[in-house]
Design a binder for this molecule. Structure first.
Ligand code: ADP
Ligand code: MG
Length: 349
């Protein structure tokens, strides 16, 4: 009903991939050890994110879709940490739900069953199916149903008919292939940054990738990009005196052999202080390290983690696109270039 709110929501949730990003972050925040992302028609028809995280009680669920509601006090620290000042605190579910039909099924982890996260497949602790969980339906910004539900521990969020009530936004969506490419990119970034969480992505019934959650970065790269790329990866590890002067304290990750390159930037997965970001200085540093070995308009596969003091990063360039800039961009470019060049040199490249 609230047109202004819907327009605002359409600007925050730009496309299916933006909703996927928020839902996967929530699952990670809920300490999930597995996250299964399922989308149909690039996410325009359906987005489902199922996790085995902490879960929510009925009261938690009702609160979760309210505006400006967050259970994350720790976020206050984040806000001072620089790069982590992103998005809309306590607004994701509310906002997504105001431009879609949202169905959330959740069940809190059994109390007392601490230690290793339950896999959620266990029998109901205090009863059979039909107990223990709650389902909440939220349509166009209104809670339309809440009822008990039999479900495993954890949370499953289903978003259908995204932008059904904002035709202008819906019209703005690109082809299924393009929307899915954005979704794939988002889920890939999280899968690579969280090798200890089993993350899968399924599109229109086809499993695109699934990490095991038991491996390291190399194992995650294998699951996501396949054997050829994984086999070509070269480790990068540089910190302190290894690096030229500049704000970057360490650079680590994997970069591909120059022969395994591609014609798009899509495979540059770069992170600052654990957050997936893009930055011109980092991209230029990567390209510079390969020099002419890469070929014109070619890019390697890169998964690269930088640690940088928060005050050296400007996150306000484009918070939602996760683009950052550095006060001393030239130094960052030189540091990334040097870290990767040393790794390539060690391999005689
Ligand atoms: P935020 O993440 O900024 O707190 P959200 O709107 O994304 O805001 O979520 C609101 C609240 O709902 C969260 O603070 C959390 O308590 C709860 N929540 C959302 N998703 C999950 C999930 N997958 N598992 C457990 N709790 C969740
Ligand atoms: Mg959130």
């Amino acid at each position: 009903e609230d047109t202004v709110a819907r327009i605002a929501a359409g600007e925050v949730v730009e496309r299916p991939a933006s909703a996927v990003k928020e839902l996967v972050e929530n699952s990670l925040d809920a300490d999930a050890s597995r996250i299964d992302v399922t989308v149909e028609s690039g996410g325009t028809e359906l987005i489902r994110v199922a996790d085995d995280g902490q879960g929510m009680s009925e009261a938690d669920l009702r609160a979760a879709v309210r505006q400006h509601t967050t259970s994350k006090i720790a976020d206050l620290d984040d806000l001072e940490g620089g790069v982590t000042t992103l998005g809309f605190r306590g607004e994701a579910l509310h906002t997504i739900g105001s431009v879609s039909r949202l169905r959330i099924r959740s069940r809190p982890r059994a109390s007392g069953a601490d230690g290793e996260g339950a896999n959620g497949r266990a029998e109901a602790a205090g009863g059979g199916p039909g107990t223990g969980g709650t389902e909440l339906v939220y349509e166009g910004g209104t809670v339309t149903n809440v009822e008990p539900a039999g479900c495993p521990e954890g949370t499953t969020v289903e978003v259908t008919d995204l932008f059904y009530n904002t035709p202008a936004r819906r019209k703005f969506l690109k082809t299924t292939a393009t929307e899915f490419a954005h979704v794939n990119r988002v889920v890939t970034r999280y899968a690579l940054a969280n090798p200890a969480v089993a993350i899968s992505l399924t599109h229109d019934g086809r499993e695109v990738f699934a990490t095991t959650g038991q491996g390291d970065l190399q194992a995650a790269v294998l699951a996501v990009y396949g054997r050829e790329v994984a086999a070509s990866m070269i480790a990068v590890e540089a910190s302190g005196d290894d690096l030229p002067p500049g704000p970057v304290e360490s650079v680590s990750g994997l970069v591909s052999h120059p022969e395994t390159n591609r014609s798009t930037r899509e495979y540059l997965a770069t992170y600052v202080n654990g957050r997936a970001i893009t930055a011109d200085a980092i991209r230029e540093g990567i390209v510079g390290a390969y020099g002419t070995q890469l070929g014109t308009d070619r890019y390697p596969f890169v998964v690269c983690f930088l640690s940088v003091p928060g005050e050296a990063v400007d996150v306000n360039v484009h918070p939602r696109k996760r683009e950052v800039r550095f006060d001393d961009a030239d130094a960052v470019r030189r540091q990334v270039d040097s870290a990767i060049e040393s790794a390539l040199l060690e391999h005689g490249l």
